[in-house]
Design a protein around this ligand. Structure first.
Ligand code: HEM
Length: 532
C-alpha cells in the first residue's frame, strides 16, 4: 500500500513512507487516484480549453484559420477519429495555448541522492525542487522574441527543444492523461465551433473583486508559489529554481541541462540506478528478455547490417510479451519495473509496423512516452552506461532504421535525407559493403573518403557521422574507442533535438546505427576499461 503525505511534495517521495503513516496521514492510494483523476483530469482540461477559446476569440485571424480547417476536414458532419490527425492547426492552437497558459504552471520533484547541477548548483539528497514549466514556455532564448505572443504557426517547426514545452511534466511521473486530454480537447473544440461562434463583447468590465493577471507579469507566480509552499511545508528545506526569470538571464545552454535533470526525477543527469534491470521485481524475466534480444541480433545471420526477417521479429516480440505478461511485469503496481526492457520491446515492436505514414513518423507517432525515453537514452545517458547495461539499444535502433528505409524507399526522397546524390562515391561504397556485411570494405571506403578532399563532404552531416562511427568501429584501442564513442554522442546531440530529427535520422540508408551498435556493444561484452 502506498501512503501519501499531506504536504504537496511527498506524492513524489521515493523514500520510506512509514513515518507519514505514524503521523496519521493515512490517505490511501485508491482515494488519491480517484481524486487525481477528478482534479487532474477535469479541471486542467477545462482550463486549457477555456484559455484556448479566449486566445482564439482575441485573435480573429487564428480563429478564421481554425474554422476553415474544421470546415475542410469535418464540415458539418460527424467527427471521426481519423479527422483528428488531419487538423494540424487545431493541434497547434491547443499546444500554443498550453504553452502560454499551462494549466499546471510547474511541478515538484525530489532529489534522489546528492546532485551537482551545471557544475555549481548543489542539491542535497531529498531536497524538493519546483520545476517552473511556465518560465520555460516564456523563454525568449528558446521561443524567440515573440515568445509572449499567441502564434500557433510556430508549431509547424515543433518545439525548439524536447524540454522546452512541458505542460504535462516529463519523466516517469509525467501526466498519464496527456494523450487523452488532447483528444478530448480536440473533439470538444470541433464540436463547439461546428455549432457556435465565440466573439469578444464590445466592452469588458472586470467583475468587482477580481484581478486580471497578464501573461507578461509572470513574476507573480514565483512569489505566490513561494509563500504558499512556505506556509504549507516550512519544515522542509526547499530550493526554488525560477526558470521564468532565470532562463533569459543565464541562457538555455545552462538552463536546459538543469531542467533535464529536474524534470526526470533526477534520473536523467546521472545514470539511472539499475539501468541493467537486475534489481526490479521481475528481474529474472527481464534478464531472459535481454538475452533473447541479444541473441536475436547476434545469431541472426547478417543482422548487423540487414533487416531481420519479419516472422522472426514477430516471434520474439510475441514470446516476450507473453513471458512478461505471465510474470505480471506489465502491471502498473511497481515503480521499479524495468523501463529499459519495456522500451527495447517497444523498439522491436515498431519494426513490425508496415504503414508508410506510421513508419515515416515512428518516434513521433508512438507518443511522448516513447519518444522521451528514447531521446534521453540517446542523448543524455552516456552510451558507455547503455553498453554496460547489456541492453542492445543501438542494435534495435539499427533494425528500426533498416526497416524504415526499406518501407520508405520509393515513397520518400531518401537521397535528400541521406544528403547524397546518385554519384556519391562514399555512399555507394558503404552501401555495397553493407550488403556484404564487410566492415573492412567500410573502413577502406572511409579512409578514402577522409583522405580525398574531392570526396570529403560527400554525404553531408550523415556521411561525416558514418565516417566517425566507422573509425570507432575499427578502433581496437579501448580508450581510443571510448573517446570516439563520446565524440559520436556529442555529434548526435548536435544533430538530434527532438523526435522529428530522430525520425529523419532513423530513415537513413547510411549504416550509421549498425556501426554505432557494433562500436558500443563491444563494451557490453568486454570488461570495462581500467582507469589509468
Ligand atoms: C490539459 C490537461 C492536463 C494537464 C495540463 C495536465 C498536467 C499534468 C502534470 C503537469 C502532471 C504532473 C504533476 C506532478 O508531477 O506533480 C500530471 C499528472 C497526472 N495527470 Fe495530468 N494533466 C492534464 C490532464 C489529465 C487528464 C485528462 C488526466 C486523466 C484522465 C490526467 C491524469 C493525471 C494523473 C493520473 C497524473 C499523475 C501521474 C503520476 O503521478 O504518475 N491528467 N498532469
Amino acid at each position: 500500500m502506498h501512503y501519501v503525505d499531506p504536504c504537496c511534495f511527498d506524492r513524489r517521495c521515493t523514500h520510506d513512507q512509514t513515518d507519514w503513516l505514524e503521523r496519521g496521514a493515512k490517505h490511501c492510494a485508491q482515494d488519491m487516484i480517484v481524486l487525481t483523476f477528478l482534479f487532474a483530469g477535469q479541471d486542467s482540461t477545462a482550463a486549457a480549453m477555456a484559455s484556448c477559446l479566449c486566445f482564439l476569440t482575441a485573435s480573429p485571424r487564428c480563429k478564421a484559420k481554425l474554422l476553415q480547417e474544421i470546415d475542410d476536414v469535418v464540415g458539418t458532419g460527424q467527427l471521426k477519429w481519423e479527422h483528428l490527425s488531419q487538423m494540424p492547426y487545431l493541434d497547434w492552437c491547443i499546444k500554443e495555448t498550453m504553452r502560454l497558459v499551462p494549466p499546471a504552471v510547474g511541478f515538484a520533484r525530489q532529489a534522489r541522492g546528492d546532485q551537482l547541477l551545471g557544475g555549481k548548483w548543489r542539491i542535497p539528497d531529498g531536497t524538493p525542487v519546483i520545476v517552473n514549466a511556465m518560465g520555460m514556455h516564456y523563454s525568449k532564448a528558446l521561443w524567440g522574441d515573440d515568445a509572449y505572443d499567441f502564434r500557433p504557426e510556430r508549431w509547424e517547426q515543433g518545439a525548439p527543444h524536447r524540454f522546452a514545452f512541458i505542460p504535462f511534466a516529463v519523466g516517469p511521473r509525467a501526466c498519464t492523461g496527456r494523450e487523452f486530454t488532447v483528444v478530448e480537447q480536440k473533439i470538444t473544440m470541433v464540436k463547439l465551433f461546428q455549432n457556435f461562434d465565440f466573439r469578444r463583447p464590445a466592452e469588458v468590465q472586470p467583475e468587482a473583486g477580481y484581478t486580471t493577471v497578464k501573461c507578461g507579469d509572470a513574476k507573480w507566480l514565483g512569489d505566490g508559489f513561494k509563500s504558499q509552499l512556505k506556509n504549507q511545508c516550512n519544515k522542509f528545506r526547499f530550493v526554488y529554481v525560477y526558470f521564468m526569470l532565470g532562463a533569459a538571464a543565464i541562457g538555455p545552454g545552462k538552463v536546459l541541462p538543469l531542467l533535464v535533470a529536474l524534470s526526470g526525477c533526477w534520473a536523467q543527469l546521472a545514470v539511472p540506478e539499475d539501468l541493467e534491470c537486475e534489481r526490479g521485481p521481475h528481474a529474472a524475466v527481464w534478464k531472459q528478455v535481454k538475452q533473447r534480444f541479444r541473441s536475436l541480433l547476434e545469431e541472426t545471420p547478417g543482422a548487423l547490417f540487414n533487416p531481420i526477417p519479419e516472422e522472426k521479429l514477430k516471434t520474439v516480440v510475441d514470446e516476450t510479451i507473453a513471458d512478461v505478461k505471465a510474470a505480471g511485469g506489465f502491471e502498473r503496481t511497481s515503480t521499479d519495473e524495468c523501463g529499459y526492457g519495456k522500451l527495447a520491446l517497444q523498439l522491436l515492436s515498431v519494426c513490425l509496423v508496415s504503414d508508410p505514414m506510421a513508419v515515416a513518423q515512428t518516434v513521433q507517432s508512438a507518443g511522448e512516452s516513447f519518444a522521451s525515453p528514447v531521446l534521453t537514452l540517446l542523448l543524455d545517458i552516456p552510451w558507455v552506461a547503455t553498453a554496460l547495461s547489456g541492453w542492445p539499444l543501438f542494435g534495435l535502433l539499427a533494425q528500426v532504421s533498416l526497416r524504415k528505409a526499406g518501407v520508405l524507399e520509393g515513397i520518400v526522397d531518401l537521397e535528400s535525407i541521406d544528403g547524397v546524390n546518385k554519384g556519391s562515391v562514399y555512399f555507394t561504397a558503404m552501401r555495397k559493403a553493407m550488403v556484404a556485411s564487410d566492415l573492412t570494405a567500410m573502413a577502406d571506403a572511409t579512409v578514402k573518403y577522409l583522405d580525398n578532399p574531392d570526396v570529403a563532404g560527400d554525404g553531408g552531416a550523415l556521411g561525416a557521422l558514418t565516417a566517425l562511427a566507422t573509425q570507432a568501429a575499427v578502433q581496437s584501442n579501448v580508450q581510443e574507442r571510448l573517446n570516439l564513442i563520446n565524440g559520436l554522442q556529442e555529434a548526435m546531440k548536435k544533430a538530434v533535438h527532438n523526435s522529428q530529427d530522430l525520425d529523419l535520422m532513423l530513415a537513413t540508408r547510411w549504416p550509421l546505427w549498425s556501426l554505432i551498435h557494433f562500436t558500443v556493444d563491444a563494451i557490453s561484452v568486454a570488461p570495462p576499461p581500467v582507469k589509468a
